[in-house]
Design a protein around this ligand. Structure first.
Ligand SMILES: [Zn+2]
Length: 454
């Protein structure tokens, strides 16, 4: 029975009623959550809103801002009986749990730490590394956000439209299939190589690839497609659940580390993870677990670094019309990240005394090999960019050798996944020629194909 209190936003389904949709067999919920749970707050006009599971922005007419979440639980109360990201369900804007969710694995580095000369280097590993208990089956921390976003949705949601450079697409293709959520996923065709799946997506999931497009083009096309379909945008950084899911990295860290880290290193594209981590850090400070948030040290490709450029004021972002081919980690190339938005990357950098960093292909390549040698696991290109930036920051004295450092390995173990599972290129994929997506209007055939999901 679904014993619903009056305010649906504060209601979470009872055990075994995790039916996100009425399509097919519902996924069983692992455990009930306790109500009341959370609310949304606009930091500009202070409007409090019931969370309908989809809202991305304050409806009032004022400057752009990221909504915040107010949780009923003010203290840090992980569920010690659980593993995976729902261990932190009290600080996740969700209305259900989904079974099988993995989480971040924390460990203190020995090999890389000794190589760099750091005494307190902690690694937040997100990926597939079963010997360490890390079982994110799609290989990156994007799986955390996909779980969190899907767990936030209302029952029987409209078609969710997601844009991705690649890794988010894999996570949503797998989990939306499993959770019976109608979902359209838009990627640049150049990202298709990373879209390797164990099995084809379910019939209620559509994959769309844009020829000659980059990540920012995919974001724009997803917007017009969502409007034409009457679906709802997943929303990227604007989605409170995406940020909160990614922020569980810091919550895992605060349980494992003796103290709040001094520095937090992460590669960023839109900055959703970094913003989420800073929001969680503020919450931990308010809960009395730390005095200050960690300094955000955010890392991008030297060849194309919109956030770095905005922060340093070195180039205008207009210079980046397309991702140059030499970019090492294409997922870090969002040309329109929420930099100046209230609560966005700039605010988080200022509040945390953080900095933007870059690494070139040579440094990132070397860092990837170094990590494999020292920590004995393969890592994704974006994570290698972060390792390279950490290495440089230690070398130039920015990071003292006795500092407590948290390094977010945002993806790794994909080689292990490939060894243990038969992966195939995602199919079917609807490929949209450049002339069609550049027109701004989604092709009629594509709309018809996606409309059947409704
Ligand atoms: Zn507002």
């Amino acid at each position: 029975m679904d014993a619903r209190p009056e305010n649906p936003a504060f209601v979470l389904p009872a055990r075994n009623t995790c039916a996100i949709t009425s399509r097919g067999t519902p996924v069983p919920s692992e455990a009930p959550l306790n109500a009341p749970h959370h609310n949304l707050l606009c930091p500009v006009c202070a409007r409090r809103t019931t969370d309908d599971g989809l809202l991305l922005e304050c409806p009032a007419d004022h400057e752009r801002t990221l909504l915040r979440v107010e949780y009923a639980a003010k203290g840090f109360t992980p569920d010690l009986a659980r593993t995976g990201l729902f261990r932190y369900r009290d600080w996740l804007p969700v209305r259900r749990e989904l079974p099988g969710a993995g989480g971040t694995v924390m460990y203190r580095s020995i090999g890389l730490a000794e190589f760099l000369g750091l005494r307190n280097l902690w690694i937040a590993f997100n990926g597939y590394w079963p010997e360490r208990g890390c079982t994110l089956e799609t290989g990156t921390f994007k799986e955390l956000e996909a779980y969190s976003v899907l767990a936030r949705l209302p029952d029987d949601p409209p078609t969710l439209v997601v844009s991705s450079a690649g890794n988010t697409a894999v996570a949503f293709a797998v989990l939306a299939s499993r959770c019976h959520v109608p979902c359209v996923i838009v990627v640049p065709a150049g990202g298709l190589g990373a879209l390797m799946l164990r099995e084809p997506p379910a019939p209620w999931v559509r994959l769309i690839a844009l020829e000659q497009a980059d990540y920012s083009d995919a974001i724009d096309f997803a917007d017009s497609l969502s409007r034409a379909l009457g679906g709802r945008l997943e929303g990227g950084t604007r989605n409170v659940a995406r940020r909160a899911g990614l922020a569980t990295v810091l919550l895992a860290a605060i349980e494992a580390l003796p103290r709040m880290p001094d520095f937090y290193f992460q590669a960023v594209g839109s900055g959703a993870g970094a913003i989420g981590v800073h929001e969680a850090a503020r919450r931990l400070v308010e809960a009395g677990l730390a005095e200050t948030p960690p300094r955000l040290m955010l890392c991008q490709n030297a060849a194309m670094a919109p956030l770095y450029d905005a922060w340093r004021g070195t180039r205008t972002r207009q210079a980046h019309l397309t991702a140059p081919p030499q970019v090492f980690a294409p997922e870090l190339t969002n040309r329109h990240p929420p930099y100046g938005t209230r609560g966005g990357v700039r605010d988080c950098l200022v509040e945390s005394a953080g900095d933007m960093l870059v690494a070139d292909r040579t440094a990132a390549d070397a860092a990837r090999a170094l990590f494999a040698d020292m920590e004995h696991i393969d890592i994704e290109p974006a994570a290698a960019v972060a390792v390279a930036c950490l290495r440089q920051s230690v070398a130039d004295g920015t990071v003292p050798r006795d500092a407590t450092v948290l390094l977010n390995i945002t993806g790794g173990g994909r080689r292990r996944i490939a060894e243990q599972a038969l992966l195939s290129p995602a199919a079917p994929v609807s490929v949209v020629p450049a002339a069609d997506w550049r027109s701004g209007e989604p092709p009629v055939g594509l709309l018809r194909n996606c409309a059947v999901l409704q």
